[in-house]
Design a protein around this ligand. Structure first.
Ligand code: ADP
Ligand code: MG
Length: 322
C-alpha cells in the first residue's frame, strides 16, 4: 500500500537540485524571483468529466495540466519559475502516477519550471496547478492595452481540439486519420512561452491573452478590458491541419469558438509587423494577422471580401451549460 508521503516521494520529489531555495517537504516552499522582477501567478484546474474524459491517458493529463497553466504565463510574456500541484486521486494507482508524473516533468523540464510543493488527497480525480513566473516590472502583456488601429494576431492554429471533441462525441463523422491528427492538439497543447517572452522583450505587443475558451469569446475579454472593438476576418483564422479538411462552416465555427486551443491572441501596432514575423520565426511559432482593433465597441466578423458573417458568438462558459 502506498502512503500519501511515499506517493509524493516516489512520484513528485526529484533528486536534482532546483532553483527554489526550499522545495517539497516543509510547510512552505521558498522562492526567490530574480532581482527587480515581478511575480506572475496563475492557477488552472482540470476536473474529470469536465475538462477531460474518465480514463484519459495519464501522461497526456500530466502534460496538459501544466501546459494550460504555462499558457497563462506565456500570455503575459512571463518566464516560468516554479509550480505547485494539488491532486485529488480516487486511488494510488502506480501506473497512473508514473505516467502522469512523466508527462508533467517532461514539459516542466523543457521550460525549467520546478515543482516546489502541493497537496495530495483522496477524492474524485482533480488536478490543480499554480504556476509562478517572472516578468520585468510594467512589461507584462495585459488584456487592457489594445489600441484602435492595432493588428490582431493569433499564434499557431485553432480548432483542432474542438474537432477532436466533435469526433469523440459523434457530432458528425470524423475519419480515424483526421481524428488522430486533431487529437494531438487536444491532448498535448504547447504553451507559446518563447513567443510571449519575445513579444515582451522586443516591446512588440500592446495586449495579449491565451485562447482557452474559444477565440471570439476570449478576444472579447481584450475588447472589454481595452474599451475598443474589432473587425475580424473569419477566413483568415488559422485552422489546424485536421480542421482544414472540413467544410467552410465547420472551419469558421471551430476556429472562432472551439476552445482548448492554448494559442496566443495579441494586438500590436501595424509598424511592428516585420519585427513580429521575425520574432515568431525565431521562436518556431507561426503567427497570423486576423483583423484590426477599431475604436467602435463590438466585434464585427467578416469574410475575406469584408462581408458580414453571422456566428453564434458565445465562447465556452462552464455555467452557461444545461
Ligand atoms: P501540509 O500538512 O502542510 O499540508 P503535506 O503533508 O500535505 O503538508 O505535504 C508535505 C509536503 O509535500 C509539502 O511540502 C507539500 O508542499 C508537498 N506536497 C504534497 N503533495 C504534493 C504534490 N502532489 N506534489 C508536490 N508536492 C506535494
Ligand atoms: Mg497538505
Amino acid at each position: 500500500m502506498l502512503s500519501e508521503f511515499d506517493l509524493i516521494k516516489q512520484y513528485f520529489v526529484r533528486e536534482r537540485p532546483g532553483r527554489a531555495i526550499l522545495g517539497i517537504g516543509d510547510d512552505c516552499a521558498l522562492l526567490q524571483p530574480s532581482a527587480g522582477m515581478q511575480l506572475a501567478i496563475s492557477t488552472d484546474m482540470l476536473v474529470e468529466n469536465r475538462h477531460f474524459f474518465a480514463g484519459a491517458d495519464a501522461r497526456c493529463l500530466g502534460h496538459k495540466a501544466l501546459a494550460v497553466n504555462l499558457s497563462d504565463l506565456a500570455a503575459m510574456g512571463a518566464t516560468p519559475l516554479a509550480f505547485t500541484l494539488a491532486l485529488a486521486l480516487p486511488k494510488a494507482d502506480r501506473d497512473w502516477l508514473a505516467g502522469f508524473s512523466a508527462g508533467l516533468f517532461a514539459l516542466a523540464d523543457r521550460h525549467g519550471c520546478e515543482l516546489i510543493g502541493g497537496d495530495t488527497t483522496r477524492g474524485p480525480l482533480n488536478i490543480c496547478i499554480t504556476v509562478f513566473g517572472e516578468v520585468a516590472p510594467g512589461r507584462a502583456l495585459r488584456r487592457s492595452g489594445a489600441i484602435a488601429g492595432d493588428d490582431v494576431w493569433v499564434s499557431g492554429s485553432l480548432g483542432d481540439a474542438r474537432l477532436t471533441l466533435a469526433g469523440l462525441r459523434d457530432e458528425f463523422p470524423v475519419d480515424q486519420a483526421t481524428l488522430v491528427l486533431a487529437s494531438e492538439r487536444m491532448h498535448l497543447p504547447e504553451p507559446r512561452l518563447a513567443l510571449g517572452q519575445a513579444l515582451v522583450s522586443g516591446d512588440l505587443a500592446h495586449a495579449a491573452l491565451d485562447i482557452s475558451d474559444g477565440f471570439v469569446g476570449d478576444l472579447g475579454h481584450i475588447l472589454t478590458a481595452s474599451r475598443v472593438g474589432a473587425r475580424i476576418n473569419l477566413d483568415a483564422l488559422p485552422a489546424g491541419p485536421a480542421l482544414l479538411r472540413q467544410d467552410q462552416r465547420t472551419r469558421r465555427q471551430f476556429c472562432a469558438q472551439g476552445g482548448d486551443d492554448y494559442e496566443l491572441c495579441f494586438t500590436a501596432n501595424a509598424a511592428r509587423r516585420a519585427a513580429i514575423e521575425a520574432a515568431a520565426l525565431a521562436c518556431g511559432t507561426v503567427v497570423t494577422r486576423v483583423g484590426v482593433i477599431e475604436a467602435a465597441p463590438g466585434l464585427r466578423l467578416v469574410d475575406g471580401a469584408n462581408g458580414a458573417v453571422e456566428l453564434d458568438a458565445a465562447g465556452f462558459d462552464h455555467f452557461a451549460l444545461p
